[in-house]
Structures are given as C-alpha cells and as structure tokens.
Design a protein around this ligand. Structure first.
Ligand code: SF4
Length: 96
C-alpha cells in the first residue's frame, strides 16, 4: 500500500492503488484481503512494493499483494537462506 511516509517513492507513482480507498489495504482483523490483492495482481510495481515492505518491516496491511503473515514467511525464509549461506562460507574458510 502506498504510504506518505515512504522514503523511496519513485515506484509509487506507478502504483495500481493510487486513488483506491486505503481502508481496502488495511482490512479489519479477519476481514477479506481478496479485493486488495486483486488490485495488486495487476500492479507493475508489485515487486518494488513488496521489497519496500520487507525492508521496512511493515507490520500492517497488504503490500505487494501479500499480507503481513505472508511477508513474515518470506522474511523467515530469507533469514534461513542467509544463515545457510553463512554456514557454507564458514565451512569453506575452515577447509582452506
Ligand atoms: S502492489 Fe498493491 S499495494 Fe503495492 S503499490 Fe501495487 S497496488 Fe499498491
């Protein structure tokens, strides 16, 4: 969701959600996120939006077509991948 507090705003000029009711992207707990995700589906800056939300640990709302729970899953997966990469590096350094 486009935020006024964004630091890197270039991509937001192309957001599909410009002019769309922001409440759609911040549904009440348990409410459907389907409509918001539908807007995101055709958004050309979806990846930028998602990366922005991941980088800034956005806790609420739909960003890049994903809910906080879905973004948390991605963050966890990336943390595991980083950890695995660090272990490979550490092992290769130990061998040489
Ligand atoms: S991906 Fe969704 S929330 Fe993000 S800019 Fe596009 S329409 Fe807005």
């Amino acid at each position: 969701m486009v935020s006024d507090e964004s630091l890197d705003k270039d991509w937001q000029d192309f957001a599909n959600c410009l002019g769309v009711d922001p409440d759609l992207f911040f549904p009440e707990r348990g409410a459907s996120t389907r409509e918001a995700k539908e807007v995101c589906r055709g958004c050309v800056v979806r990846e930028d939006c998602l990366e922005y939300a991941l980088r800034n640990s956005e806790k609420f709302g739909i960003w890049g077509g994903m809910s906080e729970r879905e973004r948390r899953r991605i963050r966890r997966q990336r943390a595991l991948e980083r950890q695995a990469a660090l272990e490979v590096i550490a092992e290769s350094q130990a061998i040489s």
